[in-house]
Design a binder for this molecule. Structure first.
Ligand code: GFB
Length: 306
């Protein structure tokens, strides 16, 4: 990419898409476009958008996402939405000779009992985590679709696999949010209403790798500029924390003095999701924001805006 490249951020209103758009603006890219009100589920509208804007670079960050509960409640919506949007954008990127496209998959694309930390070669080596199987299958389809266009047409379509992203502008809703946003909200509400306890789902034992949203956006720009290989590349922070440690850290950041109760009737999901980030590290990229710093920034934002 150079500063004058025409860049399309598909899904510019999503949590990750808006961060990518912000990072592009901050880095001085001048010709950036978003969805412009088009319905990305409609191939003819997507085609029109590509024809009008003729992008050279595409960040494919569109599609519905959600935490463990949303994945269990809306598997059809999550699968359909991600499949159709991905098909439409990738097909139009090919038709309109896009120079490079980054497809963002998800760490839930790896098998449930994957060897940890998860390397990119572990994809499709075992069964998926049942709580997010539908979404994961859609994400795997996106990975393979990018690869298929590369094989058949020589398209420079690359795939990034992010760790669990968190930060300002995340979805903080009660049921659909991911764990970081959910626990910030629960603990903040408990603090301001003087509640004595907060319920955390599951056993607290699962481990997750969290990446601050600005670091993820930065990693996306970095690989757009520095990575052209057919194999996916992990985009993580390099450290996995247990949900118990996360809950304790959020309690500290929020200043909630009550107790934490583990609701073991709620699902744990994948036991561990820790990424092997050697590939992106070997290329020279490093995250800048620690979990605690990221949580502090996120809580500050939530108190003001959320
Ligand atoms: O963030 P989360 O919903 O997503 O949950 P996943 C992570 C862990 O936190 C699980 C626990 O073990 C949850 O049981 N947890 C504890 C909570 N309390 C809460 C709470 O109040 N809300 C939530 N949401 N979790 C998702 C996938 O899995 O990861 C998606 O379902 C996607 O497909 C995303 O890939 C990145 O990491 O378990």
């Amino acid at each position: 990419m150079n500063n004058c490249s025409t860049i399309f951020v598909a899904g510019n209103d999503t949590f990750i898409g808006s961060a990518v758009l912000g990072a592009l603006k901050k880095d001085g890219y001048l010709n950036i476009y978003g969805d412009e009100g088009k319905n990305l589920r409609d191939l003819s509208q997507v085609d029109k958008l590509f024809r009008a804007r003729n992008p050279e670079i595409v960040f494919l960050t569109a599609g519905k996402t959600g935490g463990i509960a949303a994945n269990m409640k809306y598997p059809a919506d999550l699968m359909f939405d991600n499949l159709i949007i991905t098909c439409n954008i990738i097909e139009c990127a090919h038709r309109h000779n896009v120079k490079k496209l980054l497809y963002l998959a998800s760490s839930c694309s790896y098998p449930r009992d994957c060897v940890q930390p998860m390397t990119e070669t572990s994809l499709l080596t075992g069964p998926l985590e049942p709580t997010n199987e539908a979404y994961a299958v859609a994400k795997i389809a996106g990975i393979k679709l990018s690869h298929a266009y590369r094989c058949q047409y020589g398209s420079n379509f690359i795939v990034g696999i992010p760790a669990n992203a968190f930060g300002p502008c995340d979805d903080f809703s009660e049921e659909d949010s991911h764990v970081v946003a959910a626990l910030i909200r629960k603990m903040h509400e408990a603090k301001v209403t003087n509640r004595k306890q907060v319920e955390v789902w599951g056993t607290g034992n699962p481990r997750r790798e969290f990446i601050f949203i600005d670091d993820l956006a930065d990693a996306c720009l970095f690989i757009m500029n520095n990575y052209d290989e057919p194999e996916p590349i992990n985009l993580g922070s390099g450290t996995a924390f247990s949900i118990r440690d996360l809950a304790e850290t959020i309690r500290e950041v929020v200043g909630f003095n009550g107790s934490i109760v583990y609701e073991t009737s709620k699902p744990d999901g994948m036991p561990i999701k820790s990424l092997d980030n050697s590939k992106i590290r070997d290329l020279g990229w490093r995250p800048h924001v620690s979990l605690k710093e990221g949580l502090t920034i996120t809580y500050e934002w939530y108190r003001k805006v959320g």
